[in-house]
Write a protein that binds this ligand. Structure first.
Ligand code: CP
Length: 304
């Protein structure tokens, strides 16, 4: 049985295969509409979500399967003191596959040790978000036609933003990748990602506080929200939350074929006047999330 806890659980070849299947689903939706007849996906979300939970549910429904689950821990027996391990073991009696989000780093890893069905990590604290990364990779490959030879700016909360940790890990396995890490000092990319991922894979990167400085050389600008829920101190959050606000004027010197991505939700970090710019791809990205999760469900259930 296969689980997806970390993006590294998938080889580059497996990721390429998922992207191929997702593209085929986009082109031939009808062909896939009964692939999961009789199968059930449980979505166990111990932390809020719009895109990840609903795109997982839409994905399973469009494959012909059914969904069950909860969207907050207060409506489950976890609120009575039940452990995550027991919850997972029980939900495995009612479903064929589980997508789980939890505020504690490592919770999905603990869950998969007790699970009788495949577990997908739908985000664990400030750690990882592998299915967002699959979404990002599908979006980049569709927009750019490649996953190599790209200069990628990661901007905002690189400390607590789990999406950028998983994305940096995934992209470090492709050739010709350069990262520009744009953040205030307090929200820099953690050392373990810089040392164990970027430096270990000889990935060129630089760190800066300025979004304007490297904008003209970027192929991808990946904006992120300052993660309010991970701050211990409200004053720090208030001081940093609007550090970057991307607007139309700032894009003046950017490449004409730049792709602006954001895992969403956004707060103020991308002004709505950017939404009509043809380079803004974050809503297409959200749609890609459904198709890559369809491909992933098929893969993890062993359905061709
Ligand atoms: N991108 C993302 O994980 O969004 P949600 O928190 O709405 O699921």
């Amino acid at each position: 049985m296969k689980h997806l806890i970390d993006i590294k659980d998938l080889s580059v070849e497996e990721i390429d295969d998922l992207i191929k299947v997702a593209n085929d689903i986009i082109a031939n939706k009808e062909k896939y509409s009964h692939k999961c007849d009789g199968k059930k996906l449980a979505t166990l979300f111990f932390e809020p979500s719009t895109r990840t939970r609903l795109s997982f549910e839409a994905a399973m429904l469009e494959l012909g399967g059914s969904v069950l689950g909860f969207s907050e821990s207060s409506s489950s027996s976890v609120s009575k003191g039940e452990s995550v391990a027991d919850t997972i073991r029980v939900v495995g009696c009612y479903s064929d596959i589980i997508a789980m989000r939890h505020p504690k780093e490592g919770a999905p890893l603990v869950a998969c040790e007790k699970s009788t069905v495949p577990i997908i990590n739908a985000g664990d604290g400030g750690h990882n978000h592998p299915t967002q990364t699959l979404t990002d990779l599908l979006t980049i490959s569709r927009e750019k036609g490649r996953l190599n030879n790209l200069t990628i700016g990661l901007c905002g909360d690189l400390k607590f933003g789990r999406t950028v940790h998983s994305l940096a890990t995934a992209m470090s396995r492709y050739s010709g990748i350069k990262f520009v890490l744009i953040s205030p000092d307090e929200l820099k990319m953690p050392d373990y990602i810089k040392k164990n991922v970027l430096e270990k894979n000889n990935i060129e990167y630089c760190e800066t506080k300025s979004i304007e400085e490297h904008l003209p050389e970027l192929d991808i600008l990946y904006m992120t929200r300052v993660q309010k829920e991970r701050f211990f101190n409200e004053d720090d959050y208030v001081r940093l939350k609007d550090y970057y606000i991307l607007n139309k004027a700032k894009l003046e010197n950017a490449k004409k074929d730049l792709s602006i991505l954001h895992p969403l939700p956004r707060v103020n970090e991308i002004s709505t006047d950017v939404d009509d710019d043809p380079r803004a791809k974050y809503f297409e990205q959200a749609l890609c999330g459904k198709y890559i999760r369809m491909a992933l469900i098929l893969n993890m259930l062993g359905i061709k």
